[in-house]
Design a binder for this molecule. Structure first.
Ligand SMILES: O=C(O)C1=C[C@@H](OP(=O)(O)O)[C@@H](O)[C@H](O)C1
Ligand SMILES: C=C(OP(=O)(O)O)C(=O)O
Length: 455
């Protein structure tokens, strides 16, 4: 693969692509949304570190993951695309990373850049990390702080510990016991990836457990990792450093965070009946389904099974009358990327939906708390933000409108297009180009189900 590409130029400075979702007839059909983004990033990065070959099927070919693939190639792996979603990574082994000869550009992706900073931290190489205007605004100190303690040198950084920044990995990384100050699987994963090269036990303690794909993949690639409960909602993860990872096959299931959009659309558009196949049902990712069921959603779990070490299922979703509920703060990590589309579901639910503990939404691709609130306002939906809580008052009849500002954020764009499918006047959004970061087939897939979306 070619090394660092001008990914940011491709979507950071490109002309915005507006779109309008119209009130649509029933959505019907059976679809498989693309592969899980979190698992896809990790499969490539583990492939880079491992001895031998990692063959990946079902890889998400969205811009975020393609940027991670380019970074893996720039750091020395042989990365080949064999067919749709079918990739092969020939790894460099635990100390084999080579210094890239250009800036590593992660585009819009927090996961890509933060995990790769962890990967480089325990390796004697120097690399510069960058991204688009959205990624340059996001906080990186949450990762730099523990990595410094493990021996990484921050050679250069933009103001406030932001991108672009240059790291020099450690020749002799030290193991660390680290309690994460924010619930973040990206921070946990960066520390664990750095810990692979550190002799001794690297321990990450989380007060609120986050998605566990890194822990699962460490074990799958042959590392010694153990997990214990910590307090009522937390976990303690221990990795024995110094192991050689061995390349392993990875089958990527469908992304529950992408499935959330057609799922909520089917709930909201009268007469809909949609089946979403192969959806990953990892319990650290299913908070939205739990919440929607509490709201009265008709979601049937068909054929739950285990595939490639993850539980997956087909979900049959039918139009439902929803009622407002209170979503507890401790559920946030298991549905962190789903709040924009949950707020859309809440707009059609009877009564108030109270979503608590959303501070982390402020540091995503956009300030999602503000962007969701603004979008709800534009569409005539009563709501309020109280501290870190969002409260939406729903009704059976929603006006819609636009243009909703999406702020370089794929999930804001998809959530408000879903709203438009069930709103009287439809909804227009200012830019759908960032949808390509996580769900490049979103528009054709939604249209195939019966959604009327003009772009
Ligand atoms: O580890 C991951 O793959 C991710 C973790 C979450 O971010 P945080 O770790 O910042 O919560 C999530 O929002 C992101 O889409 C993917
Ligand atoms: C927050 C997200 O991704 P990332 O942090 O990788 O940019 C997301 O996909 O909603």
């Amino acid at each position: 693969m070619s090394t660092a590409s001008p990914a940011s130029a491709a979507h950071g400075e490109g002309a915005p692509v507006p779109a309008t979702a119209l009130a649509s007839g029933p959505l019907n059909g059976r679809v498989r949304v693309p592969g899980d983004k979190s698992v896809s990033h990790r499969a490539l990065i583990f492939g880079l570190f491992a001895d031998g070959v990692t063959e990946i099927t079902g890889l998400l070919e969205g811009e975020d993951v393609l940027n991670t693939a380019k970074a893996c190639a720039a750091l020395g792996a042989r990365v080949e695309r064999l067919g749709e979603g079918h990739w092969r990574v020939a790894g460099v082994g635990p100390r084999g990373l080579s210094a890239p000869d250009a800036v590593l550009d992660f585009g819009n992706s927090g996961t890509g850049v933060r995990l790769m900073m962890g990967a480089v931290a325990g390796q004697p190489v120097r690399a510069t990390f960058d991204g688009d205007a959205s990624l340059r605004r996001r906080p990186m100190r949450r990762v730099l702080d523990p990595l410094r303690q493990m021996g990484v040198e921050v050679v250069a950084e933009a103001e406030g510990g932001r991108l672009p920044l240059t790291l020099k990995g450690s020749v002799a990384p030290t193991a660390l016991t680290y309690e994460t100050p924010v619930p973040s699987a990206q921070v946990k994963s960066a520390v664990l990836l750095a810990g692979i090269g550190a002799p001794g036990s690297t321990v990450v303690i989380e007060r609120e457990a986050t998605r566990d794909h890194t822990e699962r993949m460490l074990a799958h690639f042959g590392a010694q990792v153990s997990v214990e409960p910590h307090g009522p909602h937390g976990r303690r993860v221990t990795l024995e450093g110094g192991a050689r990872l061995k390349g392993a096959p990875v089958a990527v299931p469908a992304d529950p965070s992408s499935a959330a959009f057609p799922l909520v659309a089917a709930l909201l558009v009268p007469g809909s009946d949609v089946i979403l196949t192969d959806v990953m049902m990892n319990p650290f990712r299913t908070g939205l389904i739990t919440t929607l069921k509490e709201m009265g959603a008709d979601i049937a779990t068909l054929a739950e099974r285990s595939e490639g070490g993850e539980s997956v299922a087909d979900l049959r979703v039918r139009h439902s009358r929803l009622k407002g509920v209170e979503v507890p703060a401790h559920r946030a990590p298991s549905m962190i990327d789903e709040y924009p589309v949950l707020a859309v579901a809440a707009a059609f639910a009877e009564g108030e939906t109270v979503m608590r503990g959303l501070a982390e939404l402020r540091v995503k691709e956009s300030d999602r708390l503000a962007a969701v609130a603004d979008g709800l306002g534009v569409c005539g939906i009563p709501h309020r933000v109280k501290g870190d809580d969002l409260i939406v008052t729903g009704s059976a009849s929603v006006r819609g409108g636009g243009p909703v500002k999406t702020h370089m954020d794929h999930r804001i764009a998809m959530a408000f297009l879903v709203l438009g499918l069930a709103a009287k006047e439809g909804v227009s959004v200012d830019d759908v180009s960032f949808i390509a970061t996580s769900f490049p087939s979103f528009l054709p897939m939604m249209r195939a189900l019966g959604a009327e979306i003009l772009a």
